[in-house]
Write a protein that binds this ligand. Structure first.
Ligand code: BTN
Length: 278
């Protein structure tokens, strides 16, 4: 099934994303079998949540050309100009909430593998949910969950890839330094439909591995791209700021750091940045 929302009737032919080609040759059994496509939407994750509440099937994808209220972690605004890949997938895993939080890693791994396979780009995973190229953010992932009595009702995985986005023109000044895009890295535009199909295909494959064998294999693969392990990092949490040596990410997805006092700490939420020695 493929539903196009009649959001901007006057611009039905898009130079960016050909909605009818999103499913052509899609190599999945559930992911993307049902697609809701919008040219302009507040947020694909917001729409996915609404659809999930009304019973939309696992694997349903919401994709938009541009988002007017795209958001990231901690309610941060996510700039979503035309040319990016902005999508959200509905999942209904039969998992405890404590396991479902680790689903975020499969999306980062899927994007990292896609960038390597399609464009020969060696991307880095950054705890907990970013993908970087040459130290700059190219993709953000947002995992949101709804639970009842400890059981997961649905998980929405939102993926934003700066694809055909010219960072110096399309993003605000404060983001320019630490952000990149496929267009900026490759010096050319990419086919969004191909990027979409590859990411979605890999997400389904990794999701099936996760459901069958647990998160261990996914985390192991994700860690192979984790550039920050073994480096000094600063962690900004809700209430504190810490500095330490990033030692590992454990099987629960927590970051393990060693403080200068020698104490080893387990961090379950926060943002990290590398400390570059001066
Ligand atoms: C982050 O880096 O904090 C996560 C950013 C996630 C952005 C994506 S774009 C598609 C989906 N819709 C949203 O509103 N957010 C996610």
């Amino acid at each position: 099934m493929h539903v196009s929302l009649p959001v901007e009737a006057e611009c039905q032919l898009s130079p960016e994303l050909n909605a009818s080609k999103l499913q052509e040759g899609l190599n999945t059994s559930r992911f993307g079998r049902s697609i809701v496509f919008a040219r302009r939407i507040n947020s694909t994750s917001q729409m996915a949540k609404e659809l999930a509440t009304y019973g939309a099937a696992e694997g349903t994808v919401v994709i938009a050309e541009t988002q007017t209220a795209g958001h990231g972690r901690h309610g941060k605004k996510w700039f979503s100009p035309t040319g990016g890949l902005w999508l959200s997938v509905i999942l209904r895993p039969k998992l405890e909430a404590s396991d479902a939080v680790k689903l975020v890693f499969l999306a980062g791994l899927a994007v990292t593998q896609t960038l390597s396979e399609l464009y020969g780009i060696s991307a880095e995973t950054k705890w907990p949910n970013d993908v970087l190229v040459n130290g700059r953010k190219i993709c953000g992932i947002l995992s949101e969950m709804s639970t009842r009595n400890g059981e997961v009702k649905y998980v929405i995985i939102g993926v934003g890839v700066n694809a055909n986005v010219n960072v110096s023109q399309a993003l605000p000044n404060e983001l320019k330094k630490n952000t990149t895009s496929l267009q900026n890295e490759l010096g050319k535009r990419v086919k969004l439909e191909e990027l979409f199909k590859t990411v979605i295909g890999k997400m389904e494959k990794l999701y099936d591995i996760f459901l069958e064998h647990g998160s261990e294999e996914i985390l192991r693969e994700w860690k192979k791209h984790a550039f920050f392990v073994g480096r000094k990092v600063q962690i900004t949490g809700e209430n504190e700021e810490l500095e330490g040596l990033a030692l590992d990410v454990d099987l629960d997805g927590a970051l393990i750091i060693q403080l200068s006092s020698g104490e080893v700490k387990r961090i379950i939420a926060g943002e990290i940045s590398l400390i570059i020695p001066s």
